[in-house]
Write a protein of this length. Structure first.
Length: 241
């Protein structure tokens, strides 16, 4: 049973209890219809807050995906500019290695050594690594920026490849990732608050619902019409809670 269905079940129970009029007048404040209506509003708000937080999280995830889109091609252009700057071949290799890591590739280790020096060494194979997290991608991008910035000959004509623009891009990537982390935290807090309101403690929706149903049973009897109206109302706690 979903959270919404539990709230709908609680609303039906509250309506029934209110319909009993003065006959339903429990001594416990939390079981009175006024208190149940307040709890109903609180539960609705908790579910709505959770939905809003989830939407905000998804929006930030999408924005981050857009920010990181094309980052690999951007890095390849940086390496192209570096090669055109007549830097050391070793520096070019270092840059290319960073790009491969940024793209999610890594060298495949080989334990077999070349026995004869006359043999032509095989080109190291690369294999696709498991999906990189965005923080790691930003780190590799920063490494590449640091490398090109260390080369005085790196003077690209394209403004977006200048060191200053690259640093700004890096800051945008990190900010996008931070926004996702913050949104995820807010969503988690909203889910926790919803779960507490609906399922935890003796004042939650589930506890009050069953207590009110029991009160109807005690007031009117198991064979009464009033109890038959509320008997089938159930409140189920989801497994993930």
């Amino acid at each position: 049973m979903s959270h919404i269905k539990n709230v709908e079940a609680f609303e039906r129970l509250t309506v029934f209890c209110a319909g009993f009029g003065s006959k339903y007048n429990p001594a416990q404040e939390k079981l009175r219809t006024e208190s149940m209506l307040k709890l109903l509003d609180k539960c609705r708000q908790a579910i709505n807050n959770c939905s809003v937080a989830k939407t905000d999280f998804n929006n930030h995830v999408n924005a981050r995906a857009v920010a990181y889109e094309g980052l690999s091609k951007w890095a390849v252009r940086m390496v192209g500019e570096l090669k055109a700057s007549e830097v050391l071949s070793q520096t070019e290799d270092d840059a290319q290695s960073i790009v491969r890591k940024l793209q999610g590739y890594r060298p495949q280790n080989h334990s077999t050594e070349v026995e004869a020096s006359t043999e032509t060494p095989a080109t190291p194979k690369v294999r696709r690594a498991r999906g990189l997290d965005f923080g790691t991608m930003a780190q590799h991008f920063e490494e590449l920026i640091q490398l090109v910035a260390s080369q005085p000959a790196y003077q690209p004509e394209a403004t977006e490849l200048s060191v200053a623009e690259l640093i700004q891009k890096l800051n945008e990537l990190r900010e996008a990732n931070t926004q996702v982390i913050n949104a995820a935290s807010s969503w988690s807090a909203a889910r926790k608050e919803r779960d507490i309101t609906l399922y935890v403690g003796d004042k939650c929706l589930r506890a009050i619902g069953y207590a009110a149903r029991q009160k109807v049973k005690a007031l009117f009897g198991t064979k009464s019409e009033e109890y038959r109206e509320v008997f089938k109302i159930r409140f189920r706690k989801p497994k993930e809670v």
